[in-house]
Design a protein around this ligand. Structure first.
Ligand SMILES: [Ca+2]
Length: 313
C-alpha cells in the first residue's frame, strides 16, 4: 500500500508536537508532505515557529513548514496560553529553529498539493482550528473531491466542552470554518474529547517516555509534565489527555479506535453553545451521516505504540 501522504495542519501546542513526532517517527505508514500552521493555542507567529522547533527536534528540518491564517474566518482569535503556556510549547527547553519558513501561504500549499497528487491520494490531518482547511475549500472548491480523508481532532459529544460548557476548543475558535469543513462532503474522521479524554498521560506512561533516555523522550515527558498541572486541576483526572496524537495514531493503527458514522453539525449562531458539535450519536434524526465520530480507544495500545515510535527518533 505504501505510506499515506498527509498534510498536518496544526497550532502547536504540546500535544500537537507529540502528534507530529509520532508521524515523523512512522515513515513506513505516514509520509508528511508538509506542515501548515494556523492560529489557535497561541498566535500564528508562535505556532509557525513551534512547528519548526518540533521538526528539528525530530531531526527532520527537511519537512516544509508553511504559515497560514492568523485569525478565524469571522471572529476574533481566542487562544489557550492558560493551558499550553506563553510559547505554546512550555515545558522542555528547546532551541529556536534554524530551518526556514516556506514562502508560500499554507492555504495555497494545501490547494496545490491536492491538485498535483492523484485524486484521493492526500489525507488532511487538522490538529487545530479548521481555518486553513476551510479557506482552501472556499478558494478552490475543486480540491474537496480530491481529499482522501480528513482525520481531525476536535469536538465532543458525551464530554461536551472544554473551553465553554458546550464547545471543544478547536471548533469553538472557528465554528464557521468547522461548519464549512463538516458540510464539505469530504470523508471525515473525528477524534473528539470523548476519545482524547481516555488518552491520559498517567505517571507510569510519562515515566515510559522519559525512560527512552533520548532527547525526544525527555522533551515529550517535559511537555506532558507541563500541561498535566493544568489539566489535573481542571479535571481531577489521573493525568492530562493527549488529544492530537490520536489523529496520527489512527493513521497507523485504526484498530485502536472505535466509533459511529453519524451526522455532525456545528452550532454557529447561539452565543450559549457556539462551536458545539451536535453529533447524532443515537441517530434520532434522518440527517445524513457525514463523519466517523470516534468514541473509544484502546489506551494501553495507544501509549505502547506512541512510546515505541518515539523511541525510534
Ligand atoms: Ca492542537
Amino acid at each position: 500500500m505504501g505510506a499515506r501522504k498527509i498534510i498536518i495542519d496544526t497550532d502547536p501546542g504540546q500535544d500537537d508536537a507529540v502528534a507530529i513526532l509520532l508521524a515523523l517517527a512512522s515513515p513506513d505508514e505516514i509520509e508528511v508532505l508538509g506542515i501548515t500552521a494556523v492560529a489557535g493555542n497561541v498566535p500564528l507567529a508562535l505556532t509557525a515557529k513551534n512547528a519548526r522547533i518540533v521538526c528539528e527536534l525530530a531531526g527532520r528540518s527537511d519537512v516544509p513548514v508553511y504559515a497560514g491564517c492568523d485569525r478565524p474566518l469571522g471572529r476574533k482569535l481566542v487562544t489557550a496560553e492558560h493551558v499550553h503556556g506563553k510559547t505554546g510549547l512550555n515545558g522542555p527547553v528547546l532551541p529556536d529553529p534554524t530551518m526556514p519558513m516556506q514562502q508560500e501561504h499554507a492555504v495555497d500549499f494545501i490547494i496545490d498539493t491536492l491538485r498535483i497528487h492523484d485524486n484521493g491520494a492526500v489525507t488532511l490531518c487538522p490538529l487545530g482550528p479548521l481555518t486553513n482547511i476551510a479557506m482552501a475549500f472556499e478558494k478552490a472548491p475543486d480540491i474537496v473531491g480530491r481529499v482522501a480523508e480528513i482525520v481531525l481532532m476536535g469536538g465532543a459529544y458525551f464530554e461536551v466542552g472544554n473551553i465553554t460548557p458546550a464547545a471543544e476548543f478547536n471548533i469553538y475558535v472557528d465554528p464557521q470554518a468547522a461548519d464549512i469543513v463538516f458540510k464539505s462532503g469530504a470523508p471525515i474522521t473525528v477524534m473528539p474529547l470523548d476519545v482524547t479524554h481516555k488518552a491520559l498521560v498517567t505517571r507510569p506512561r510519562n515515566d515510559a517516555f522519559r525512560a527512552l533516555g533520548s532527547r525526544v523522550g525527555n522533551a515529550v515527558a517535559d511537555m506532558t509534565d507541563f500541561f498535566e498541572r493544568f489539566d489535573k486541576e481542571k479535571y481531577g483526572s489521573e493525568g492530562a489527555p493527549l488529544h492530537d496524537p490520536c489523529v496520527t495514531a489512527y493513521l497507523i493503527r485504526p484498530d485502536l479506535f472505535s466509533g459511529r458514522h453519524v451526522n455532525v453539525e456545528i452550532e454557529t449562531q447561539s452565543e450559549l453553545t457556539l462551536g458545539m458539535t451536535v453529533a447524532d450519536w443515537w441517530r434520532v434524526t434522518n440527517r445524513a451521516p457525514n463523519a466517523m465520530f470516534m468514541g473509544d480507544l484502546d489506551a494501553d495500545g495507544f501509549f505502547d505504540l506512541l512510546t515505541e515510535r518515539l523511541g525510534r527518533l
